[in-house]
Design a protein around this ligand. Structure first.
Ligand code: MN
Length: 257
């Protein structure tokens, strides 16, 4: 057994919502947690990019959360313009908790514009929210999207999950999904080569506190039980999946085994 633990992956974490981001960044660096630090509006991207900029493991993602489209729709041109600066896009997507059809339409306008712009570059990595909107999100992505879509905290149906797989999507799984029976049932359906881990901290809590990137170990332990394998095997599978996602470019340094 190697003395060095396998590096971890938190594919969806809200670094900018924590009071002490520098302590979190140093833990990511020391422990070796590759982290996609999503943002919810283009106006806060630069701040997160500055925080993550000097690190080896953390990358800032540019986003416009569907639940913020009502108040931040005017930032769409900034979002499209800034997409040149980063491969990492999120949090974006659709949220059909709202029944306001005009608002749903605006969310869709943002999401489709981002997908179209991302297709121009071809190598963008999108971390996507799809609450109560999985079918629409997957239909927007289509079956020929030239980039990577990671469906984060997926809560659609089994049928929708398989449509997502056909569209080439990855799925990032968090500790809250492991605790839920329906979440666990969905995780069993995800092929091993399409699975990633996330925390979605601070929106997910573990042990009564806001999740940190290294808490993906709770997801790893849960997946290990579902797969009936050692957690180290899950961690190494997730790491190689993440490497497959970030290739062919090396925006993130290639992890050493
Ligand atoms: Mn989130």
């Amino acid at each position: 057994m190697s003395q060095t633990p396998v590096k971890l992956v938190d594919a969806h974490f809200h670094l900018d919502l924590y009071k002490e981001p520098s302590a979190i960044l140093s833990e990511c660096e020391t422990r070796g947690v590759y982290t996609i630090a999503v943002t919810n509006a283009p106006s806060v991207f630069a701040h997160t990019q500055r925080l993550a900029g000097q690190t080896k493991h953390v990358r800032a993602a540019l986003g416009l959360h569907p639940e913020l489209v009502a108040s931040h729709f005017h930032e769409l041109p900034d979002l499209l313009r800034l997409m040149e600066q980063t491969r990492y896009i999120g949090e974006i997507g659709l949220d059909h908790v709202t029944s306001d059809m005009a608002l749903r339409q605006k969310q869709r306008e943002v999401f489709e514009a981002v997908l179209l712009r991302a297709a121009d570059f071809g190598d963008r990595i999108l971390t996507v929210h799809s609450r109560r909107a999985a079918s629409d999100v997957i239909a927007c992505v289509g079956n020929a999207f030239p980039g990577t879509v990671i469906l984060h905290w997926f809560s659609g149906s089994r049928r929708e999950l398989h449509a997502g797989l056909e569209a080439g999507c990855y799925f990032s799984v968090n500790p809250a999904m492991i605790k839920s029976k329906t979440g666990s049932a969905l995780i069993r359906e995800i092929p091993r080569n399409r699975l990633l881990t996330e925390t979605d901290g601070p929106f997910v809590e573990v042990d009564g506190r806001r999740a940190l990137p290294s808490d993906v170990r709770y997801a790893i332990d849960g997946i290990a039980k579902l797969w009936n394998v050692d957690p180290a095997e899950v961690a190494s599978t997730v790491l190689s999946n993440f490497r497959a996602v970030v290739e062919p470019r090396t925006a993130l340094e290639q992890p050493a085994e």
